[in-house]
Design a protein around this ligand. Sequence first.
Ligand code: UT7
Length: 357
Amino acid sequence: MRAAVIAGLGGYVPPNLVTNADLTARLDTSDEWIRSRTGIASRHVVSPGTATSDLAVEAGRRALESSGASEADALVLATTTPDHPCPATAPDVAARLGLGPVAALDISAVCSGFLYGLAVSAGLIAAGTAERVLLVGADAFTTIVDPEDRGVAVIFADGAGAVVLRAGEPDEPGAVGPVVLGSDGEHRHLIQVPAGGSRQPSAGVAPAPGDRFFRMRGRETYRHAVDRMTAVSRDALVRAGWQVEDVDRLAAHQANARILGTVADELGVPPERRLSNIEQVGNTAAASVPLLLAQAAAEGELTEGMRVLLTAFGGGLAWGATTVRWPRLGPLTAPDRPGAEVPVPGMRPASSIRSTR
Ligand code: UT7
């Protein structure tokens, strides 16, 4: 069967950097609480008027550039924050990237969207529907966060990451391994925006203040995140025929540094093999995994031949994992390099990726 092979990679974060000190100035929280409970020191947020598609276009453009070709015949966009409830955002991104009248669809799997997107993109390629897919994970997540809700406002942030996937052979470098996915709708209430969908529609009774904002029951979600990412990662390793000792780098959804540490400990992946950028970018939801890959590859933390384990977990609940032997890629742009978005006056430069060593 034809495999989906990573041929290009790009990431982008908006220039506006918000530090823990910026948050403590307006919220009942502290730098110590945020760092010790989440591992986050700063995050990038969109400026007013910037939407998810703006981030997605910039990351997509960078991924196409690194692939050495400007075409794709399908665009898959994983996002929690589409520009509009209707229509999908993917056709707009495809049009603005000049891809022409290609297949374009959104995937709604919150923080697991990129893993779901890999499975869908690989399916499009295996079925012969597409030869080259541009898969983007992008979220302007802060547009649905209640700025007064300290339980989530300190965690979530904005960004985008993208890969170009081409048709190839399962045993070549860059081939995406078997993708293992799962969901648990019984726990849908743990992560939710209550209003704005058909359950609490725009017509009829006005939603309660706050029901249009994202809500998360953090402590319960935490437990599920650890259990599901650990289990699905083990399944993906078995499906790929890898032992945990084979894993050179773990690229897990950047939900919370403590969650990442526990998952890696339970799997047996040592600290020097764990990728992490949560300290600099926070939790960027659907963008998290591809943004991590883009940043790590641009900074030389991910190199040709490395065996990489990818995993994610989020609302739905939904989760996934897969494996990739890292390919040789064209020149990569650092995600914090300014893009098309108009920089906010007084922006501070972002610091670089750190491993969890
Ligand atoms: O990305 C999708 C999946 N998401 C996740 O996997 C996130 C999972 N959850 C988490 O990351 C963590 O549960 C949080 C970071 C959200 C919270 O950390 P926690 O250690 O589970 O804290 P907690 O919710 O148990 O709250 C502990 C205390 C509470 O006060 P009391 O009840 O003990 O008096 C909270 O009210 O910390 C309080 N608290 C805060 N204090 C200062 C909650 N948020 C803050 C805050 N600053 N920002």
